[in-house]
Ligand binder design. Sequence first.
Ligand code: BUP
Length: 458
Amino acid sequence: QKGQKVGVVIVPFPAQGHLNQLLQLSCLIASYKNIQVHYVSTKTHNLQAKHRVHCFDSLSKIHFHEFSTPNFISPSPNPNSSIKFPSHLQPSFEASAYLRKPVKKLLQTLSSKNRRVVIINDSLMGSVVQDFVSLPNAEAYTFHSVSAFTLFLFIWEKKNRPFPIHAEILKDLPTLEGCFSPEFERFMKIEYDCMKFTSGKIYNTCRVIESPFLDLLSKELINNKKRQWAIGPFNPVTFPKEGHNTKSHKCLLWLDKQEPNSVLYVSFGTTTSFSDEQIKEMAIGLEQSHQKFVWVLRDADKGNVFTKDSRKIELPKGFEERVKEKGILVRDWAPQLEILSHRSTGGFLSHCGWNSCIESISMGVPIAAWPMHSDQPRNTVLITKILKIGLVVRDWTHRNELVTSNMVKKCVEKLMASNEGDEMRNRAKKLSALIKKSVGEDGVKRMEMDSFISHITR
Ligand code: BUP
C-alpha cells in the first residue's frame, strides 16, 4: 500500500551557484504539508550546501541523501592562464556521472513508498535522473539556474530563429564565443538532450524582473504542452534592520559605521580566479577611486571547498595599510546577502553570475558588470541595457585584455559618485521595492509557488 505523500527529489548540479539555489527552493517546498523533500548530491557537496545556505531553520525538514563518490581532485585554478572559463568545474561533471546509479536506486525506493515522486533536477543533471522514465508514478521538472533572458537567447539561437528584441540591445549582444570550455559544451549537449523527458520548468526569477522573456519562454512550452513556474527570487530579500552583534562578520560591523550608499561591494563569485597582474590593477584602481569598499579577495572554489587554499593572493606593497580607513578585505566566505542588504552598500562590482545579479536586484544595489564566462556576459546586457541598473566595466569583445587601474577607477567613480550612478541606484531601489512586494503573502511568488505545489499534489 503506497502512502498518500508526494516525495520531491531535488538534484542540483554540484557547484556553489546551483547547490545554493536548489537548497533554497528545497526550503520553500518543505514548508508545505504532506510533501517530503529529498536533496541529493555527493557527500562533500551536501556539506558545502548546508554550510553556506541561509535557510538554516528549514534544513531539519529536508532529507539529505549523501552519496560517496571518489574524491575528485580539482585541478588548482590557474589564475595566470589565458583560459578564463572554469576548467576546475571538471570535478563537478565527473561527480555528476557517478550519481546516476545511486539516484536510480533512491527513486525506485521512493516510488514504492509514495503516491507520486516529483523530481526537480538542474538542467545540467538530466542524465543523472533519466531512469525515472521507467517508474509508473514519477515525473521530472527542469530547474534552470540562469536568467529567463539568457535561456530564451540560448533556445532561440539553437533553433536559428531571429531574436525578437530591440535593435539597440541586439547591436551589443555578446556571442557565446569564449563563454564555455569545450568540455562544458560537450557536457551541456548531453544534458540538454535529456530535457525531452521534462514535464515543466522552474526558474529562479520573477515577472517583476523578466516578464517579456518569461512570456516568450512560456509560449514555447505551451506549444509542447508543458508548464513553467517563475518562483524567484529564492534568496531572502530582507534581513533584520537592527545593528549587528559582536559575533557578526567584521565587514558587517565595519559597514554599520559607514554612511548610507557609500560602500562598493566587490566580489567575483566562486568560479573566477584573477591573475596576479589583474589583482594589482584592481587594487590600484580601487585605491585611486577614493571610494570605500568591501573586497572579497579569493580564488575560485575547488572541487572540495573544505581543502586548504594554497595561493596567497599578493597585493601591491603597502596597499592594506594605505586603504585601512577606506576598505575591508575579506579572504574567507563573505556574508554576501547581508552585505548587499546593508544600508551602507551602494554598489556592487560583480562578475554577474545569476545569483549575484538576482541578489543585488533584490536588495536594490546597482552593478558595475565585469563578466568572466558562461551566462555572465548576457546577464550583463540584462542588467545594463534592459533593466538599466548598472554599467559595463569591460566589454566582452575585450575579454582577453587586462582591465587597467584607470578603467576600474573610472567605473567605480561613475557608479558610486555621479548623477548617472544615482539614477541607476534609484532604479535598482524601485525594482527592489517591487520584488519585496512580490514575495509578500499576496504576492506573485506565493501564487507561483502555490500553483506549482497544487500541480504536483493534484
Ligand atoms: Br565568493 C562568495 N559569499 O564570499 P553566482 C559568494 N557567495 O555568499 P558563481 C557568498 O555565492 P556562476 C562569498 O551570494 C551567491 O549566492 C553569493 O553565485 C554566494 O556566481 C553565490 O553569483 C555565487 O551565481 O558562478 O557561483 O561564481 O556564474 O557559474 O553561477
